[in-house]
Design a protein around this ligand. Structure first.
Ligand SMILES: [Zn+2]
Length: 311
């Protein structure tokens, strides 16, 4: 092996560290049973929940502009063709609601377009609502989530739990503040101010879960709340141990499914890579050391898996 080849393969190992764990922990493909709750993860914090009758999209984001475009403050424009393609691939037309955890571009840039094309309502903070208004969604298709107040979509009960954002960018919370007036795209990443941050609790006859799209919670986020499964963002976490205490222990969760670990600057048309700063391999090591009995499962990119059997 020549020096150059060796250097490249070492770099490749570094970039992909932890991917083997992701693949080894994929939930198995199972026949679809009546009442099953299925989840499809499609990069970053994007998740489709589907029980065969009702569909919910959480933080759907497929445009994934490159790091330079984001970092240099170029205007970002939702990829409408990409949204259409993903709606078809996911079988997500006729989705009841698009739920948005907070208003950063990697959670919200595409959400209003998904809502419009899928005939869904857009649900999130006042800042999220302002992106919906800027995208021309009518008022009756926008709902500002009231914290702690359950909403019903078919058999799904959805509750927005006030939370916090991890200091994910050089030790700081990126783009703080709110979006006070309707925001039209194209707009630079910094225009997508964070707004209120929420964990999203989903209860269903088949099972309960929490979608946590940033690796931090508020002190009271999970008070009086339990959930079997956590879809847990890894990006920006300071300490796996503290995150497990604040989330898994607080919820009494039995299973963690990592999300928001992949390189979100890389097109979904390419193979997935972990974002190096996420320390993906370290997460798996930490969990097996700190919580050896906790199930850590993963979702394969863009493929539905049964989270909870309905039978
Ligand atoms: Zn964020």
């Amino acid at each position: 092996m020549g020096v150059r080849t060796r250097a490249r393969s070492l770099a490749g190992d570094l970039v992909g560290a932890g991917l083997d764990q992701v693949v080894a922990r994929h939930l198995p493909e199972t026949p679809l049973g009546p009442g099953d709750l299925r989840a499809t993860w499609f990069g970053a914090a994007s998740v489709l929940l589907d029980d065969g009758r009702t569909r919910l999209l959480l933080d759907p984001f497929v445009t994934r502009p490159g790091m330079l475009r984001v970092g240099l403050g170029f205007p970002l424009r939702p990829d409408g063709v990409g949204v259409e393609r993903w709606l078809d691939r996911l079988g997500a037309r006729g989705t009841a609601a698009v739920l948005v955890s907070h208003s950063h571009y990697d959670h919200l840039l595409d959400a209003a377009v998904f809502a419009r094309k899928a005939d869904a309502i857009l649900v999130g903070s006042e800042s999220t609502a302002n992106v919906g208004r800027g995208a021309g969604l009518p008022d009756d298709r926008i709902r500002v989530a009231q914290p702690w107040t359950p909403m019903q979509f078919g058999a799904f009960e959805v509750t927005f739990l006030p939370s916090e954002h991890a200091p994910a960018l050089l030790g700081r919370v990126p783009y703080p503040g709110a979006i006070p007036i309707p925001l039209r795209t194209p707009a630079p990443a910094r225009a997508f101010r964070m707004g209120a941050v929420h964990g999203i609790r989903v209860r269903h006859p088949a099972g309960s879960l929490v979608h946590l799209a940033s690796a931090q919670v508020g002190s009271g986020t999970f008070r009086d709340t339990s959930a079997h499964t956590v879809l847990l963002a890894l990006a920006g976490r300071a300490s796996t141990e503290r995150l497990l205490e604040a989330v898994v222990d607080a919820l009494g969760a039995r299973r963690v499914i990592p999300i928001h670990w992949d390189d979100l600057f890389r097109s979904l048309a390419r193979s997935l890579r972990p974002l190096p700063s996420v320390g993906l391999a370290g997460f798996f090591e930490d969990v097996s050391r700190l919580r050896p009995d906790l199930e850590v499962a993963t979702l394969p990119m863009g493929q539905p898996r049964t989270l909870f059997g309905g039978g």
